[in-house]
Structure formats: structure tokens, C-alpha cells
Design a binder for this molecule. Sequence first.
Ligand SMILES: [Zn+2]
Ligand SMILES: [Zn+2]
Length: 174
Amino acid sequence: MAFDVKDLGRSPGSMRTLKEHVPAPGDLGVALIGVQEGSDVELDLRLEAVHEGILVSGTVIAEVTGECGRCLDPLAYDLEVNVQELFFYEGIELSDGEEDEEQRRVEHDVIDLEPVLRDAVVTNLPFQPVCREDCQGLCSECGVRLEDEPGHHHEVLDPRWAALADMAKPDRQN
Ligand SMILES: [Zn+2]
Ligand SMILES: [Zn+2]
């Protein structure tokens, strides 16, 4: 996802838009959810030359797919994230504070948007994805989808079950 910015000519104030569809790079996600490699990512960005470098700002839209952490149903939605990132020109001295952080650089008049995309997308993925906020998930006893069976529950009335439950207690003597 490298883009040439030579045309901006290091002259502060010059700018252009970057509207493009690119294939998603691999490994863009977390355990249960992410952007499929090769799927369409829409860039709607503005590249602006400023004194220290190239300022990239705008939105990125990617299709997120994964599964619900409760019921394991597949889920998919479009994720739109705002990005704003300054790529420093080579040779620009950074102040002390800035040197501590990892800074992006314009290298040979090219900026690489992949790490920017990665940061923007991954930090906006839910840690615990759910198909719906009120997803009831699966029964912890038998794995049935609770939504499919309203009122589903397990009675432990059978004495054999009660005995088993009793035996499973860790504090049972002998
Ligand atoms: Zn669910
Ligand atoms: Zn059950």
C-alpha cells in the first residue's frame, strides 16, 4: 500500500485527494474478527504537504468479518474509521518527545499506508465481538442456541443427576 507523493513537491499547502480501492493486506485483525485478506478496502483520504511532512487524513472503509463471541454465528459489517497520520520527511529532526514514539517517514517520496491502516482497523475492532448487543449465546450445558429455544433450561430433578452433582463437589468427605 505504498503511494508516491513526489507530486506534492515538499511545498506546504499543496494537497490532493486519494480515493482508491485496494486489496486488504493479510493479518489485519484479531482472534475472532478481522478484515479478510484481499477484500476491498476503500480509501478516501487527503494528502497534504505541511512543513514537516505529509499529513494524511480521511476515512477508511473495510469489511469486517468474524464470529460472535457468544453464539458463534458469523457476522459481517462495514467498519469506517477516521485516520490522521503525519509522515515526516527524511532528514527532519524530531524533538525529544517525538523521537520516543515510532514515527512514520516519507521514504524516497513514498508513503506506506499499510501500518496506518493496520493501526486504524485493529484498534477499532471489538475485543468481544457480538452479533447483537443482546445476543443470548449458547447454553453452557448443552450448547443449544438460547435464542432458538425461549425458556430453555435444564432441570436437575432426577436423583441420579443430583447424586452426580453431589459427587462432583470438591469438599465431599471420603
Ligand atoms: Zn451472537
Ligand atoms: Zn441446554
